[in-house]
Design a protein around this ligand. Structure first.
Ligand code: FAD
Length: 494
C-alpha cells in the first residue's frame, strides 16, 4: 500500500521546519503542530545562535573547546565537530535563503554578542527575539512550498511500525485518525512541563520521547537537565520568563539578597560561568544567606542601550512592574533545557528503523553534561538537515508502504481525573531541581509508577490532556530512575 506521505514530521519548531525545507520538492512532507504553530520553544529563544562565522576573530577549535568545557568533557566529539564545522553554513543559509535578519553594526557587519562560557563574541542575534525571527521566516518559507503540508492542532498520539513505514495515530482537532508515512522525524521539543516552573512553552511535554520509548528506541541521559539561573522570579504562573544569558554577557551583575555580588565565592568566571555553575551557586548562596531573593542589575548600561538591545525583556519586565533601566530584576533558577533525549547517530537516525529525531527531543551528544548557551538552535538546524540526507538516500533504494490496514483505534472512554499532571510536576520539582534530593527521588519513582500504571490501564479516552499526562508520567519515571542509578556520580553535581 502506497503511503499517504513520504515523511511525517512531528513539530513546527526550528528542527521540524528546517527538516521539511531540506527535502527535495518531490518529497511529500506532512508537518504536525500539536497546538497553533507559534507555541514552541523555538519562538521563545532570545539570546541567539552560536556559530563561527567571523573567522578573523574566532576559530572552530575555540567553539569546540568552549562547548567541551561547558559539557564537562562528556560531549560526543564527532557530533560536536559536525555541529561546529557545518553549523555556520546553515546559519548563513538562514540569511541568504530564508531572509532571516540578524542585528548588524554601523558598518553592516553582523554584530556578535557574548554569552556565558563563550570565549569569543560569536552569538548572532535578532535583538532579544532571535527564535521568533528564525521560526517565522522558516514558517513562511515552508508555507510557500507545495510539497509541504502543515497541520495545526494535530497531536501525534500513537506511532506503529508497519512494513515499509508507520501508521501514525493523530488527533486532528480532537478527532482520532490514522495517517500512513514512510519515515518519521520526531521534532517535538523538550520536557519543561514536567516541572512546576520552567521557561518552556506549553507544548514541551516530552511526547516524542515517550512515543520513541514506547516503540523501543534507546533513550539517553534524560537526567541531564539544564536549570537556567536567571528566570524572572514572578509571584505566580508556571511559565517563567527568561532573562537571557546575554544580559549578563552585556555586563549585568548578579546580586544576593543583600545586594552583593557573590559569584566569585563559587567560580572565578563570576557572572559568566556556565549555567549549571551559576544555578548551583545560587542554591548554595540561598543556603548561606537563608534567602531565595536574587537580582540582576543591568542599570549601569544606561537606558538607551538597554531599551535598544533588550526591547522584549524590557517590555516584559515592565509588564511585571520592573523598569530594568532603573531597578534590579528579581531572578531565580528554573528548568530550561534537556541535554538528553532520543539517542540518535550523526544523521538523526534512532535505534528504531525509519524513525529519526532532531532538535531538543534528540540526544546527539553535542552538549555533554551541560549545554553551552546558544548551541541548541544550531544543533536543531544541523542535525535536522542531516536527517533529510539519510532519509533521501534511503528513499532512492528502499521500498515503502505499510502492510495492511491500521491498528484498531484506541477505545477508552473514561474522562481523565484532574490532578495527574500537577502531581507529576510537584514530584519532579521536589526530587531533582539543581541539586538532587534522593529521598524524594525514591518516593517519586513509586508515585510516578502508580500514576503511569493507572494511565496505561485505566480505559481513558485518548485526548490531548490524557496523552500529555501519560508523557509527563513516562518522562518523570525515566528521569528519576536515571538519577537514582547515577547517584554519587559527578554529572548530577550533588
Ligand atoms: C525561553 C527560552 C529561551 C531560549 N533561548 C535560546 C537561545 O537564545 N539560543 C538557543 O540556541 N537556544 C535557546 N533556547 C532553546 C531552544 O529554543 C530550543 O532548544 C529549540 O528551539 C528547540 O527546537 P525544537 O524544534 O526541537 O522544539 P520546539 O521549538 O519546542 O518545537 C516543538 C514542536 O513540537 C510540536 N509537538 C510537540 N509534541 C507534539 C505532538 N505530540 N504532536 C504534534 N506536534 C507536537 C510542538 O507543537 C512544536 O511545534 C531557549 C529556550 C527557551 C525555552
Amino acid at each position: 500500500m502506497k503511503n499517504e506521505y513520504d515523511v511525517l514530521i512531528a513539530g513546527t519548531g526550528v528542527a521540524g521546519l528546517y527538516a521539511a525545507l531540506n527535502f527535495d520538492p518531490e518529497v511529500r512532507v506532512l508537518v504536525l503542530s500539536k497546538k497553533e504553530v507559534g507555541i514552541c520553544n523555538s519562538m521563545l529563544a532570545q539570546g541567539g545562535v552560536a556559530a563561527v562565522v567571523d573567522k578573523t576573530n574566532d576559530d572552530y577549535r575555540l567553539h569546540i573547546a568552549d562547548t567541551l568545557i561547558a559539557g564537562g568533557y562528556k560531549n560526543d566529539l564527532r557530533s560536536l565537530e559536525i555541529l561546529v564545522n557545518e553549523g555556520p553554513e546553515d546559519v548563513l543559509r538562514l540569511i541568504k535563503e530564508m531572509g532571516v535578519e540578524f542585528d548588524r553594526d554601523e558598518t553592516m557587519n553582523i554584530s556578535m554578542t557574548l554569552e556565558g562560557g563563550h570565549s569569543r563574541r560569536r552569538i548572532l542575534h535578532h535583538k532579544d527575539s532571535t527564535g521568533r525571527e528564525i521560526t517565522e521566516k522558516l514558517l513562511a518559507a515552508a508555507r510557500s512550498k507545495p510539497n509541504i503540508k502543515i497541520l495545526e492542532y494535530a497531536h501525534l498520539a500513537t506511532l506503529t511500525r508497519s512494513g515499509g513505514g508507520f501508521w501514525a495515530g493523530v488527533l486532528v482537532n480532537g478527532e482520532f485518525q490514522y495517517i500512513s508515512c514512510s519515515y518519521c522525524i520526531l521534532c517535538t521539543g523538550g520536557i519543561g512541563r514536567v516541572y512546576a516552573y520552567t521557561t518552556n512553552s506549553a507544548t514541551a511535554t516530552g511526547d516524542g520521547i515517550t512515543l520513541a520509548y514506547e516503540l523501543g528506541a534507546r533513550i539517553k541521559n534524560l537526567r541531564l537537565i539544564q536549570f537556567h539561573p536567571t528566570a524572572f522570579a514572578a509571584a505566580q504562573g508556571r511559565e517563567r520568563f527568561l532573562i537571557s544569558e546575554a544580559v549578563r554577557g552585556e555586563g549585568a551583575l548578579l546580586l544576593n539578597c543583600h545586594g552583593e555580588r557573590f559569584m566569585h565565592r563559587y567560580d572565578e568566571r563570576g557572572e559568566l560561568a556556565p549555567r549549571d555553575v551559576v544555578s548551583r551557586s545560587i542554591m548554595l548562596e540561598t543556603a548561606r544567606t537563608g534567602s531565595d531573593k536574587f537580582y540582576l542589575d543591568i542599570t549601569g548600561r544606561g537606558e538607551d542601550f538597554i531599551r535598544n538591545r533588550f526591547p522584549m525583556i524590557y517590555k516584559r519586565c515592565l509588564e511585571e512592574g520592573v523598569d530594568i533601566t532603573r531597578k534590579y530584576i528579581p531572578v531565580f533558577p528554573c528548568q530550561h533545557y534537556l541535554m538528553g533525549g532520543i539517542d540518535v547517530n550523526v544523521y538523526g537516525d534512532t535505534t528504531v528503523d525509519r524513525l529519526y529525531a532532531a532538535g531538543e527531543c534528540s540526544h546527539t551528544g553535542v552538549h555533554g553534561r551541560n549545554r553551552l548557551a546558544s548551541n541548541s538552535l544550531l544543533e536543531a538546524l544541523v542535525f535536522a538537515r542531516r536527517c533529510t540526507y539519510d532519509i533521501s538516500r534511503r528513499m532512492r533504494h528502499e521500498e515503502s508502504g505499510v502492510d495492511g490496514p491500521p491498528p484498531a483505534p484506541p477505545a477508552g472512554s473514561r474522562q481523565l481525573p484532574k490532578g495527574y499532571r500537577t502531581a507529576i510536576r510537584s514530584i519532579m520539582q521536589k526530587a531533582w531541581f539543581v541539586i538532587p534530593d534522593y529521598e524524594a527521588v525514591r518516593e517519586g519513582i513509586v508515585q510516578a509508577k502508580e500514576i503511569l500504571e493507572d494511565l496505561r490501564n485505566g480505559d481513558y479516552a485518548v485526548t490531548s490532556d490524557y496523552l500529555e499526562a501519560k508523557s509527563l508520567a513516562t518522562i518523570c519515571t525515566i528521569i528519576l530512575n536515571e538519577v537514582l542509578e547515577n547517584q554519587g556520580k559527578e554529572d548530577l553535581l550533588d
